[in-house]
Write a protein that binds this ligand. Structure first.
Ligand code: IMP
Ligand code: MG
Length: 181
């Protein structure tokens, strides 16, 4: 706890692991209700969502499948480049399926725009999004698909709990922020 240094930047504690765990439990409980008697496909967006996905799945009691897609827009820095690159594709048939995209954080929304335009043509029955974090002051588009939000946060760069700065910090159990971003 306190501060952590990653590379050239110092980050301060922002959201603690117990706070995250509490919120994840509530989000999962809501999904368990909303998708009762359905067989949703959870699609985690790598790399950032791996931890959130794992903790969320511990609380999901539905029959479901779990897939991953890997995209990148940050190149490891603190500003989105705007160009989304698909690094690892999906090998699942989504036709007629109830899809839930699992994101660590929605910043400008460019990644989500890209994901929705890639997944919608696969004709799922429905697409919803769950994101642990959302930056209301950074997002450029409104998405009706965003159904579950862990925390709305300030427009600061954050690390930990899956999220990185220059490839470091993903293993931290708490979420930290760099307040000069
Ligand atoms: P967007 O395309 O601008 O919405 O950015 C989405 C992706 O960029 C997220 O899925 C993260 O992987 C990454 N990202 C955005 N903001 C942050 C941040 O504050 N810290 C670490 N990664 C971030
Ligand atoms: Mg991400």
């Amino acid at each position: 706890m306190g501060n952590v240094q990653l590379n050239d930047k110092v980050f301060e504690i922002y959201i603690t692991q117990p706070e995250i765990a509490k919120r994840v439990k509530l989000l999962a409980a809501q999904i368990n209700l909303d998708y009762k008697n359905k067989l949703p496909v959870f699609i985690g967006v790598l790399n950032g969502s791996f931890r959130f996905m794992a903790d969320l799945m511990k609380e999901i009691n539905l029959d479901c499948s779990i897939e991953f897609i890997k995209v990148s827009s940050y190149n490891g820095g603190t500003k989105s480049t705007g160009d989304v690159l698909e690094i690892l594709g999906l090998d699942a048939d989504l036709k007629g399926k109830d899809v839930i995209i699992v994101e660590d954080i929605i910043d400008t929304g460019k990644t989500l725009t890209y994901l929705l335009s890639t997944l919608k043509p696969l004709q799922p029955a429905s697409i919803k999004v769950i994101t642990l974090l959302l930056k209301p002051d950074a997002i450029k588009t409104q998405f009706p698909e965003i159904a579950y939000i862990g925390f709305e946060i300030s427009n600061d760069f954050v690390v930990g709990y899956g999220m990185d700065y220059k490839h470091l910090g993903r293993n931290l159990n708490d979420i930290y922020r760099w307040s000069n971003a």
